[in-house]
Design a protein around this ligand. Sequence first.
Ligand code: AMP
Length: 531
Amino acid sequence: MLRGLNMDRQLLISSLIDYAGRNHGATSVVSRGSDDETIRTNWSEVEQRSRQLAGALVAADVGVGDRVGTIGWNDHRHLEAYYGITGIGAVLHTINPRLSDDQIVYIVNHAADTIVFVDPDFAEMAARIAPRCPTVSQWIGFDEHYESFIAGAEALDGWPALDEWSAATLCFTSGTTGNPKGVVQSHRSIVLQTWATCTGDGHNVNSGESILLAVPMFHVNGWAIPFAAAMAGAKLVLPGPDLSPETMVGWINTEDITFSAGVPTIWLGVVQHLQRAGADVPTLRRIAVGGSAAPRSLMDTLEDEYGVFVSHVWGMTEMTQGSAGRFTHRVERLERDEQRKRQAMAGRELYGVELRIVDDEGNLVPRDGRTPGELLARGPWVAGSYFELETPDSHTPDGWLRTGDVATMDGEGYLTIVDRAKDVIKSGGEWISSIDLENAAVGCDGVLEAAVIGLPHDRWGERPLLCCVVEDGRAVEIQQILDHVASEVPKWWLPNDIVFIDEIPHTGTGKIDKKLLRQRFADHGWPEATS
Ligand code: AMP
């Protein structure tokens, strides 16, 4: 083999913050913490303080491969932790604070975290669980305690030359079934996926953007956007705990936000607020929506009324972003309605993550947009295995990750997530997509949010129950919803019953908590006509 004669430069996360500090030092990073104080800093200061944190960690004996936990909101200290921890070869373990005490204890112990940084909002919880976490030598508040921790240290002078295969981050899956599983990304995989995120077909993150990070930094590394913002040298706004629609719109308008990313519920709230308040978001050009299926009505309103292009993406903790929703040259030239149909799908393969759909025997299903099967993925930033856990069924024998999603793909490569395999409703041997029903219901005037679960049915095995939240003060009739849904899905998919509830429960990462709904409606009897 003739080897390439390039320089041997490893792909390291430290190169991102180095680059941002050197070339975009004056570009703003704006942050609001749980103390409600707005801090205006910039990439140069973030870089400097990350080095200081790195120095403090080294002085505290944190070494290569040691896990350091964070329980924090999106703010500047958390951002410094992203770089300071990984920069010295320690592993950034972001912890979802919305998990139960028991789950957090489980993952902190499983990760064997050495130090954990904790936002003051979670200080009580940390005090409660500390006695059950023997590996943690220090719990450091992301407040003045953090400031004194880094103040005493010498800023690291130059980042160590690590092996790009060293572990950089550890994120646990949401764990809706069984215990959460740890996904370990290397420096190499983070840099590669960040590059993909910055491409035009990814999130097109570039130095001309002002980005509002509405994805929690504890969820899949904030979809790699904290890394992408540094790679691009973009302005970054970290909004802290308050993601209310009013505050989001406030940030967009005061910080010239051009791009943002988040789960559909956040954007549903923003749209509702804009409509009620008669407000506008003139600077916002694009948003990336993912994490759960985004209803078409959301995209229609955002684009038609506010000029915001929605890129519908699919991904998971095991890989971060796996698909992208940009229009191709051909789709750009289609009728609006044809474009929207594609936009409501979950994007197309993003270079770096290969996707395929197989039937129960592992055979490829046709790319016809109709035939569902299990979605498989592989690529340099897709998890090949889990952290210190044997999972015999997580991958196929030939090494593809089994995503647990049921999907179809059309001839152009557009992906449609039919459902999580465990949420799909099996009625009389056929499948009903709870996602399609939810999206159809949300399109009905007056319905704010919808969730569909399958409940046992004597004749059909399972049938759908639709749970709806309606706008305040609106009276929406069951028949109205049924008529609307019937115009979008096959007749036999129609929910056997509709219940109105005050709120749809969500998991810590913004997904509909169907486990809770199933518990709540376990004894729900079907109306006589449909039983
Ligand atoms: P998590 O690992 O918490 O990010 O969850 C990943 C799961 O979220 C995927 O396996 C999908 O079931 C779901 N998901 C992510 N993006 C989408 C999307 N655009 N449409 C439907 N489901 C999605």
